[in-house]
Each structure stands twice: as structure tokens, then as C-alpha cells.
Ligand binder design. Structure first.
Ligand code: HMG
Length: 436
């Protein structure tokens, strides 16, 4: 059954009246959205100027041409499970939230470690989440995390949450073949978000998001491969086409509110495979809004550039990329953005996209400061290009590494302040982790 957009929005507004005992007929509006956010990155990184020199291209091609300065590189004991666990435990301890209050745990990833067992299940055990908790993994390239986020909003809006929060974690290690055009856009990391009623960071408007999907082969990774395959220039076109489609639908759903000068979208966070892509995206949107190129450039500097600082130091983290851009924006400007509306654009190759909006909470800046959200970027180890290439070589057979007999996956344990490490596989090919 198709629901008219107005009716859909009304259902969300009604659902915003839910209390801890389920939907209530009262007219009290309860906002829903992102309550807190945290991220994790691998311990090491490569300077793109070093990579450019090694690949015989001018550093300006990567730094100005692509808009990135560094890329995160995972070590053999780091994988999407360890990154997800670190981001989620930082989130819970930083936001002062107990694992007992989580009723839904979704991990969005396109670099899963098992065809069957989801990363969310490892996370559930390692964080000691309650048994009465729905736990699963979502996939649609970089859109997988957004699929999880919208699932969580629906879960809360339906009344199923009964006062509990959802834990949404986006985790990936982005890899392309060495010396390919995609190589300087690699990265890795995880972003964890608590989604709840009365969110402290960003109230979302999920009943009114613009969607776009199309079957295209712009980027894919067959089951036997660790490195992604991509039709690079085509993928840029697909991204821009999906943005146009999703943004047009959002504008239609919003009606005159979309262009309201009283309550405009003052910033926009995009999916950031590399910084220049977000710049092209904003130019496209400005064009759709009838603005000229010069105005689009001026707007980019104000409306988008602050969200690109952290992504430029980490590279593409696939599912988490949009949310790292949100974290970058809020860590820089949450105070002045309090009460203002921002846009968000999620893109996943293949392809699926969504444009939606949110409102920054009045105390977001204080919360992020208390959580010390940018701490993961301090004290990282810079790798030389031979060290990075040697790691890539070792990574080729990482999944087959036998775990030491003494290593056991911690179960139902919380390890605040500790880092999860991948040890290898046991004789039954089960992955084994430990805490450091
Ligand atoms: P390339 O071969 O580096 O392309 O590949 P290029 O030669 O066009 O150069 C890139 C830019 O650098 C150009 O700027 C050049 O002018 C500039 P633009 O014309 O685009 O504005 N340039 C220089 N600038 C300053 N000084 C210089 C210089 N030389 C050149 N000396 C490409 C670029 C993005 C195709 C490649 O990196 C790639 O294949 N990346 C992977 C795919 C990708 O990131 N696609 C993005 C859209 S799809 C997406 O976002 C989904 C994704 O995240 C996956 C998922 O959903 O799961 C990837």
C-alpha cells in the first residue's frame, strides 16, 4: 500500500507522541534523532603527499584534486569488528549511557567479516548488550549505515523502543588495488550513534526524506575479493544523479519549507568518498536551486567545508563517511548551529541515496566537548610507503591467521577504555578477539 507523503509525515508526528509504554494519544510531540556520536580509526595512517611521491604524481593532485590529506591504514589486528567495538564503547562511556538501555543494535557495513554471522553479534557480546535486544547487520554499499539509522527511527516511532535507545554503528575498511586511481581515497574507521527520543545532538525529520535508487555497476566487490572494483568517473556521475533525484524529491515533500528563508538549511553534510566529491555535490545542489557557480563556491566554503576536516584526515570510511562528516561539522560549529537546520545526503553505490534534514540541539556543543570526540586522531602512527605496502601484503592472508590457543573472545563483557584486537581464527574458523 502506498502512503501519501502528508499521511506518512502525520504518522511520524503522531508517533512522536510515544511514551515509554508505547504510542499515546496525547498531542505531546517527542522529538527523535541522534543523541550522541563517537568514532574510531585505525592506529596508523599514510600522508597522501608521501603516497603521491611514491606513485610519481604531484601531491597537489591528491590534496587539491581529491581534497584529502591523509588516509587511515588498518593493521592486521584491526578489522571492522574491532573498529565498531571501539567506536561503540567510546560512545557509551562518553555519553554516560549504560548498555542495559539498548534495545536495538544495527551494524551497517560493506566489509563484513563473515557471510552469515553479523558484526552486530560480536558487538553485542563484547559490549555486554542485553539479551532482549534486536541485533543485525545492514548492507547497501555506503548506504548501509543510513539504512540502519532509518530502521532505528522507525523502531522508535512505532513505539517498539519502549524508552530504550538504538545503537547504530557504521564500520568499514575501504580498500582499492595498489596503484589504482582509487588508492588515494582509501581509509578505514567506524562511527557509532545512539538514536533515541529527545536526542541531545540532532533531531531528525525522518518522515520527509527524499530517496533515489537505480541498478548501476559503478562500484562493486565480488565475494572473493578484498579490494573493491570501481568505474571511477562513472561512479561520480551516479553519485551526482542520485543527489539530484533525492534532493528533488525532498524539495517536493517539503514544499515551500524547503526554501524557507526563515529556517534554511544552513549547512549540509554529504557522503564523502573524498573531499572534492562533496564540493561537486554542493555545486550540483546550488545549480538545482538556480544559483550561479561563484555563489556555489562561496556557499561551499561556509556550508560544507567545516564538515570535511575529519574525513580529509581519514579517507573514505564507506558507511560511516556521512556521519564522520556530521561529527566533523558539529565538533567545529555545534555552538553556533544550535537550533538551526542542516541537510544530510547519504549515497551508496549500486545505487541508493537519501536526502534528509535535522535540527542541531541546544546543548550539542557541550556534549561533544565533554566526550572529547576528536581524540581518536591524536597520537596516530605515520607509516612510510614501504611500511604501508608491507601491511597490505600481510593483510592478504590475515583472515587465515590461526589465533594463539590462549586467545578467547570476551563475551558479555564491557571493557571501558580498552581496545578490541583481532587475534586470528580458531580450528573451527571462528574469529577470535581479545582486549588490550
Ligand atoms: P583520478 O584518476 O584521480 O581522476 O580518479 P582525475 O584525473 O579526474 O583527477 C581527479 C581530480 O584531480 C580532478 O579534479 C583533476 O582536475 C584534479 P576535477 O576535475 O574532478 O575537479 N587534478 C589536480 N588538481 C590539482 N593539481 C594537480 C592535479 N591533477 C589532477 N596537479 C576518482 C578520481 C575519483 C575517479 C578515483 O579516485 C576513484 O576511482 N575513486 C574511487 C571511487 C569514488 O570514490 N567514487 C566517488 C563516487 S561513488 C561513492 O561515493 C561510493 C563509494 O563511497 C563506495 C560505496 O558506496 O560503497 C566509493
Amino acid at each position: 500500500m502506498m502512503l501519501a507523503p502528508d499521511l506518512l509525515h502525520q504518522i511520524y508526528m503522531n508517533a512522536k507522541t510515544t511514551s515509554s509504554t508505547g504510542p499515546s494519544p496525547s498531542s505531546r510531540a517527542v522529538p527523535i534523532g541522534i543523541d550522541a556520536i563517537a568514532f574510531a580509526v585505525p592506529r596508523a595512517y599514510v600522508e597522501l603527499s608521501d603516497l603521491a611521491t611514491a606513485r610519481g604524481v604531484p601531491p597537489a593532485k591528491y590534496i587539491e584534486g581529491l581534497g584529502n590529506v591523509q588516509m587511515a591504514v588498518a593493521a592486521p589486528d584491526e578489522d571492522p569488528v574491532t573498529l565498531a567495538t571501539e567506536a561503540a564503547s567510546r560512545l557509551l562511556s562518553g555519553a554516560g549511557r549504560s548498555p542495559d538501555k539498548i534495545g536495538l543494535c544495527i551494524v551497517g557495513t560493506e566489509t563484513a567479516v563473515d557471510h552469515s554471522k553479523p558484526i552486530a553479534s560480536y558487538l553485542h557480546g563484547m559490549l555486554g548488550l542485553p539479551r532482549a535486544c534486536r541485533v543485525f547487520e545492514t548492507k547497501h554499499a555506503c548506504f548501509g549505515g543510513t539504512a540502519g539509522l532509518f530502521n532505528a527511527l522507525d523502531w522508535i516511532a512505532s513505539g517498539s523502543a519502549r524508552g530504550r535507545s538504538a545503537l547504530i554503528v557504521c564500520t568499514d575498511i575501504a580498500r582499492y588495488p595498489l596503484r589504482s586511481p582509487g588508492e588515494p581515497t582509501q581509509g578505514g574507521g567506524a562511527v557509532a550513534m545512539l538514536v533515541s527520543e529527545r536526542p541531545r545532538l540532532v533531531e531528525l525529520d525522518p518522515g520527509r526524506s527524499g530517496c533515489y535508487s537505480q541498478h548501476v555497476h559503478d562500484f562493486w566487490r565480488p565475494l572473493h575479493r578484498k579490494d573493491a572494483l570501481v568505474d571511477g568517473q562513472f561512479s561520480v556521475q551516479c553519485y551526482l544523479e542520485a543527489l539530484s533525484g533525492a534532493y528533488e524529491e525532498w524539495r517536493q515533500l517539503m514544499g515551500p519549507e524547503a526554501a524557507s528563508s526563515d529556517d534554511p538549511l544552513v549547512r549540509t553534510c554529504y557522503h564523502v568518498p573524498y573531499g572534492k566529491m562533496a564540493r561537486k555535490a554542493h555545486q550540483r545542489r546550488c545549480q538545482l536551486d538556480g544559483l550561479d557557480e561563484k555563489t556555489a563556491e562561496e556557499r561551499f566554503a561556509i556550508e560544507v567545508a567545516p564538515s570535511l576536516r575529519l574525513p580529509s584526515q581519514v579517507g573514505n570510511i564507506y558507511t560511516g563517511s556521512l556521519y564522520l562528516s556530521l561529527l566533523s561539522l558539529l565538533s567545529a560549529e555545534a555552538e553556533e548551529l544550535a537550533g538551526k537546520r542542516i541537510g544530510l545526503f547519504s549515497y551508496g553505490s549500486g545505487c541508493a541515496a537519501e536526502f534528509f534534514a535535522g535540527r542541531v540541539g541546544p546543548h550539542a556543543a557541550a556534549l561533544l566537548q565533554a566526550m572529547d570526540v576528536t581524540a581518536p586522531l591524536r597520537n596516530r602512527q605515520r607509516l612510510s610507503i614501504p611500511e604501508y605496502e608491507a601491511l597490505r601484503q600481510r593483510d592478504a592472508d590475515q583472515d587465515q591467521r590461526p589465533a594463539p590457543p590462549s586467545a578467547v573472545t570476551p563475551s558479555d563483557a564491557t571493557a571501558a577504555g580498552q581496545r578490541a584486537l583481532y587475534c586470528g581464527i580458531d580450528p573451527q574458523e571462528r574469529r577470535v578477539y581479545t582486549w588490550q
